[in-house]
Design a protein around this ligand. Structure first.
Ligand code: 3PG
Length: 218
């Protein structure tokens, strides 16, 4: 295990990304042709960060396509579980990486990567391992199961210099409570990307959910 601190420029880049928008849509592409209209609808609705998961075979291509079509927003990758996926996402043009949990493989690779890593944690011990390596911003997942708002409030006692992007089981109502915490900078979720609306190609609905959600948390 290395003692090297997480590179300052990556931490700064991550801070810039997560402070650019309070809501992060978790996007899963079931049909490759949905990626562009879906991404555009979310951005028209005011969102500035797009997390494309690798839960289907279309994630990497969607990242490349969205980077080319939407140069003014942050396009990143989610559900990265291995170093090989991290590398593939970097090659596809992802601007940040989100992992559901933290392994030493991912934490160590993240320190040498070109794009920032938001490592997933669900306990203080995992926070402490990332902290030891210099990570200061984490995804808190699965947020509602791992203790929710009360857990993050408690985490701010011993670790006031750490911030979180909670995800997992969060609704718009709950998002407001998380965003009221001093150690939360953005909240993620799939409530911003309902599967039935995507399947129906109802991009107007997607745009409207983004708009209303942003208005509600601002
Ligand atoms: C994620 O990967 O961040 C979660 O699957 C999103 O959680 P949600 O679907 O409960 O919003």
């Amino acid at each position: 295990m290395t003692n090297q601190a997480y590179p300052q420029h990556l931490q700064e880049q991550l801070d810039k990304i997560v402070s650019s928008c309070p809501l992060v849509p978790v996007i899963t592409i079931d049909r490759p042709e949905d990626a562009l209209p879906l991404g555009k609808a979310l951005v028209e609705g005011g969102l500035r960060i797009l997390e494309i998961t690798l839960r289907t075979p279309y994630g990497l291509q969607a990242i490349s396509d969205l980077r080319a079509a939407l140069p003014d927003v942050w396009v990143g990758v989610g559900t990265v579980a291995t170093k090989a996926q991290f590398e593939a996402a970097e090659a596809a043009g992802a601007q940040f990486v989100i992992t559901p949990g933290s392994t030493s493989e991912l934490l160590e690779y993240g320190m040498t990567a070109k794009i920032p890593l938001l490592p997933g944690v669900s306990s203080l011990s995992e926070v402490m391992e990332g902290y030891r390596l210099g990570y200061r911003t984490f995804k808190f997942f699965p947020a509602e199961v791992a203790g929710g708002v009360s857990a993050l409030k408690a985490y701010s006692g011993p670790f006031p210099d750490i911030s979180f992007c909670p995800t997992g089981g969060i609704t718009l109502e709950k998002a407001k409570d998380y965003l009221a915490l001093s150690n939360v900078n953005a909240v993620g979720g799939s409530w911003l990307t309902p599967k039935d609306a995507i399947a129906a190609g109802d991009w107007a609905q997607l745009r409207s959910i983004a708009e209303k959600s942003l208005a509600a948390v601002k």
